[in-house]
Design a protein around this ligand. Sequence first.
Ligand SMILES: Cc1cc2nc3c(=O)[nH]c(=O)nc-3n(C[C@H](O)[C@H](O)[C@H](O)COP(=O)(O)OP(=O)(O)OC[C@H]3O[C@@H](n4cnc5c(N)ncnc54)[C@H](O)[C@@H]3O)c2cc1C
Length: 413
Amino acid sequence: MTGHNLHMTKSLFIAGGGIAGMATGFAAARAGWDATVFERAAAFSEVGAGVQLGPNVTRILQAWGLGDAFKQVAAFPNGLHARSLTTGEVLATLPIKDATATYGAPYITIYRADLHALLLQAASREGVRVHSDALVQGVHSTPHAVTLEVMQHGQLQSHRSAIAVAADGVWSPLRQHLLNDGLPSFTGHIAYRALVAQSDLPAHLRSQDVSVWMGSQAHVVSYPVRGGEYLNVVCLAEGRLLDDDANHLQALQIWNVQKTEAQTLTELHHALRGACTPLTDLMAACRDWRLWPLCGRPAMQGPHEHVQGRVALVGDAAHPMLPYLAQGAGMAIEDVAELASQLADATDADEPQRLQSFALARWQRNARVQARAVRNGQIFHATGPMRVGRDMGLRLMGARLMDVPWLYGYGRS
Ligand SMILES: Cc1cc2nc3c(=O)[nH]c(=O)nc-3n(C[C@H](O)[C@H](O)[C@H](O)COP(=O)(O)OP(=O)(O)OC[C@H]3O[C@@H](n4cnc5c(N)ncnc54)[C@H](O)[C@@H]3O)c2cc1C
């Protein structure tokens, strides 16, 4: 058995090196823990995906001293426009450039690989060890320690630590081990994602704003990333997976699929029938579409979904959510901030209690965000009279309907 002497170091092992895992390594190390990340992938890679981060999240990144790092790579959009998918009309605008004045931190859009890279660099600077090609296969928690079973370089090794964190994503094998509550299910929603250089677009299609083009049973979101040089374009559509697709997904437990370009374009064309010309032009300018069947779970039911014994679950492992409030990575980062603050001055004796406090502080907020994301999806995809009411409401109420103070103001002192 390999492992760390619990009497000399406060050790914390993390399964999964995505956004949640890398943030956990960084924040735990800052809080005085000896942190190690085990990531099953041999190399970190990301194709054509961006994320929006609201002021509730950038406030945390700034407090962690990462404000300058994200300024180098993020974009700072002026407005978030709700638009009609069929006419292109701007129905309402939330002036997100005002987020710093209103909420004390900016609203940014960032390429997911850039966010991951800055967290990885920050974690490395704090002395976090990151093992790639390290598949966590099991976990055993006792009252005083936790052991991870990790397959590394073809050898199964046991690593004992004071605390473990499951940051292993939507399909979380550790969650299966601890909660045994089944695999996530396909939500009936599919995301098609692409990235296009603004310089490759005609002037009228370039944008430094976030646009949400709302139709019936589908919507498109576009926003700048990589300092504004690229546009991230995502079409979210309700659809059915072919049996083949579903089996593939289940067998591989992935959420990032590439189909032939012809297949993807046919599906997109179908989902966006009736779309206005600027939007169809934008979609036509994008290449290398990637397909993400969205899988999820019901909203969290209680603190037991965040903590089991000496293991904390964070990010998508604990609360996968539809991306319609743009907060999945955000909630992962909020989880990590709370966990690190609970663990900062924990003693050996009160670590389990601190984990419980973390779970109690987080689960209801995560459940609320999960539920609100589902509701947003219903609004974005409304049909018939609901759709007419939606558009009218947005025209009349404007930004007041789009702002979410309970979400963006979280943690503001
Ligand atoms: C279309 C779309 C748009 C989105 N837009 C936004 C947005 O605008 N804003 C936002 O905040 N969020 C957004 N999200 C959500 C966000 O991407 C996720 O919530 C976030 O990436 C979750 O991070 P995570 O670290 O929990 O999981 P992941 O990023 O999935 O990371 C899990 C990691 O664990 C590793 N792993 C898995 N199993 C094991 C194992 N057994 N052993 C070792 N390692 C393992 C995986 O390889 C992976 O690296 C969006 C998601 C989608 C699909």
